[in-house]
Design a protein around this ligand. Sequence first.
Ligand code: 3EB
Length: 335
Amino acid sequence: MKPWLQVNYSEDSVESLLAGDPVETDKYVLGVFDFGCRSRESRTDSRLVHVPLEQLNGTRNEVWTVCEPVSSGVFQEIQYNHSSDLSLAHISIEMDASTNIDLATRDAYRQILAFLEQHHHPWPLKIWHYFPSITAGDNDDEQYRLFCAGRAYAIGDNPVIMTAIPAATAIGSKADQPRLLIYFLAGVKPGQMVENPRQMPPPEYPRQYGIRSPLFSRGTLIASGETHQFLISGTASILGHQSLHEEDVREQTRESLRNLTALISAGRRLAPGSPNSRRKFIKAGGVLRIYVKQQQDLDLVRDEVNKHPLGKLPAVYLQGDICRDELLVEIDGIF
Ligand code: 3EB
């Protein structure tokens, strides 16, 4: 069985990646991600997503390929691409000084929910969010908490989302990147939610983190036959619901890796298939996206990741703010 989704990093240009590899006949490009804060000329290919974060370890593009042909479409402000069993969709909302992040998020999510309802891939599996100044504002008015409120208002008790809450990532871009970017993977079948025994499920976070709890699961497992795909949420130095190792980026990286290891074990226990296929759970491939808040911490973070078995995976390091001011690093990945 072939994997649903393969992710690689490549130094090739966006244009040549979108054109595809003429030699590989059963590989189709579902999405290409480029990184960086410079504004880009508008491009028309809906498979191209520009992530407004600076890449700290090179200038590679991220390429998602699938085994089935891909077609594209537009729904309201959403651009999407899909194969027979998987969709990648994205929406980018312009923001300015007067935009309220809770309202922008609610509006984006309303479009996303309407899209999922009408589309043949109704189940969101993993959803990424990027928006400026994520920790600006105090207490309940902090941008991240307002974002959580907007997401929760839109989702309400939506039966599709609440029976299979997707994994997620939410990262802050620079103040001069005036967009809310959301993109997501959706599938024909619901993913299985995977929780981390070391961490409280985010929907149960106590009131101190905002008026509405974050709605995401720690990971989503999709399995078909002997193949697994494990989409993990942004994983940080949080035990239970509390941040650990304030101001110590080395210990935060170690704690995040402990969380990642525990999550992968939880996913492996839930994965169907033979013991042999389960052993290949992570080894079969995968990539890490590592968000570092302060550029000067790159070497320390990379040092810790490389000491860990997961450090063998290809990784891209991006400069981004974590959604709690005291957190300096977060790891997100597709396995
Ligand atoms: C945490 O574990 C850290 O609100 O969508 C990580 C991944 C975090 C996703 C989200 C937030 C989100 O609570 C923050």
